[in-house]
Design a protein around this ligand. Structure first.
Ligand SMILES: *Cc1c(COP(=O)(O)O)cnc(C)c1O
Length: 440
């Protein structure tokens, strides 16, 4: 129905509400249907018509209201600028991918040769090029395998090497990672029996030696990645556990492939394998800076046993993960590495520039020194000197609800936007978001 065709004298305003198909023809809504799906856009139109019928909005505002209420993306996941000062924020999906990895994901998201050799036309080993990339970066490993996350890597190791047998583990390494996820419970769920040795603060190589026997599947070393024990302590090194006749598996957590001079206490795959570990497990989306996945690196026969276990199929990763991981391992510095390496002076300069720009627009902003953290179960207690833009506290909630959302942290009654985890190229987007949040 054409709106002009409605008699002006029509008392019932509802008659002047355009029909759904007419509103859907609005170019903005037609375009959105291509991006978000017709169902989503239609639901927004129907909701706007209902508001018009109830008198909440004028009849001629239906299309505008529908456009305004559309979700910004086709999934419920919203883009967030991480200004928390926590580099690997678990609630924000841990490591953000590099542009190289995002590009690789986009390519792999269509039909791709993930299990096909295009030269011969035959089936090929899944993920072969990412496994090669890992072995090039970690020559100490004879073989590699990739699963869904760090927890899956542990499940696979425990299932394949210790189901119905014992895993020898120090009482000082019975770790809860977060959100109630406890490594001992995960291991026990596989049917392995935990053989605890030592005490919370002290476990010696002799404690392990005394517990190893016929029923031992492997010795497990777990990196206490999110807490520190200080004082009267003793933990056995991997190198002290290699002569006991059973495999030594090391869960290093963060996924560093080689030593990171800025984080001297974080274990890395190359060093732990060099020390004699038979297998290393790690996450892909912590300090490695890649997609969510779990890495298994180590002895050829051990890795092969894991990869061929029936449960491996249930833990395997998709083509987009393989693509992102390879681009992370081979590619340029990751955003996580950039954030880790950013100089405090350069961060302060960015904060000064941003704050000055916002003050010119009448916003109460100031550059302040800040302390950032690695987070995500890595480098506990390490404070990375950083800089932030301080705003009045009410900005925190308003920025969180913007598009893109900007997630700061509230400290001493102020909203701090810590710049260490914000790529420099996003400063303009942060400024725009603050401006938007300041608008009445
Ligand atoms: C993070 C972490 C895990 C769990 O890895 P996910 O990738 O989160 O499944 C296991 N062990 C350690 C030591 C960790 O730090």
């Amino acid at each position: 129905m054409d709106r002009e065709a409605v008699p002006v004298a029509e008392e019932d305003g509802r008659r002047r509400i355009a029909r759904t198909d007419v509103v859907l023809a609005d170019p903005r809504l037609a375009g959105a249907a291509g991006r978000l799906g017709r169902g989503v856009v239609k639901a927004a139109v129907v909701a706007a018509q209902r508001r018009a019928r109830s008198g909440e909005i004028p009849p001629d505002a239906v299309a505008d209201a529908a456009v305004a209420s559309l979700p910004p993306t086709a999934s419920g996941l919203r883009p967030v600028i991480n200004a928390t000062g926590v580099l690997l924020h678990t609630n924000l999906g841990r490591a953000p991918l590099s542009d190289a990895a995002r590009g690789a994901v986009a390519v792999a998201s269509g039909a791709t040769d993930v299990e096909l050799d295009l030269a011969t036309g035959r089936r090929a080993k899944r993920g072969r090029s990412v496994l090669d990339a890992l072995l090039e970066r970690v020559p100490q490993a004879e073989a590699a395998h990739v699963v869904n996350n760090g927890a899956a890597a542990l499940v696979l190791a425990a299932t394949a090497l210790a189901a119905g047998r014992e895993i020898v583990i120090s009482r000082g390494e019975m770790v809860e990672i977060g959100d109630g996820f406890r490594i001992p419970e995960l291991l026990a769920a596989t049917g392995a029996v935990l053989r605890e040795v030592g005490t919370t603060n002290r476990t010696s190589p002799d404690d392990y030696a005394a517990a190893v026997g016929e029923r031992t599947g492997f010795i497990l070393k777990v990196h206490p990645s999110n807490f520190r024990v200080a004082g009267f302590t003793r933990a056995a090194d991997v190198s002290e556990l290699t002569g006991l006749g059973v495999p030594v598996v090391a869960d290093i957590g963060s996924g560093l492939l080689a030593p990171e001079p800025l984080l001297p206490d974080e274990p890395d795959a190359a060093s732990v394998l060099k020390a004699g570990a038979d297998l290393v497990t790690a996450s892909g989306d912590k300090l490695l800076g890649g997609p969510q996945c779990g890495l298994l690196l180590g002895r050829e026969d051990v890795v092969r046993r894991l990869a061929r276990h029936p449960i491996a199929r249930a833990l395997r990763v998709g083509k987009m993960t393989l693509a992102a991981l390879e681009a992370t391992v081979r590619g340029p510095r990751t955003p996580t590495e950039e954030a880790l390496r950013a100089g405090a002076a350069a961060l302060r300069e960015r904060a000064e520039r941003l704050a000055a720009r916002l003050r010119e627009e009448g916003i109460d902003a100031a550059a302040v020194d800040s302390g950032a953290a690695v987070g995500g179960g890595g480098a506990p207690g390490v404070v990375l000197p950083s800089a932030a833009v301080a705003l009045p506290e009410p900005f925190a909630a308003r920025l969180r609800r913007g598009v893109p959302a900007v997630m700061g942290r509230v400290e001493d009654g102020r909203c701090l936007l810590d710049l260490r985890a914000v790529p420099p190229g996003e400063d303009a987007a942060v400024a725009a978001a603050v401006r938007e949040a300041a608008a009445p």
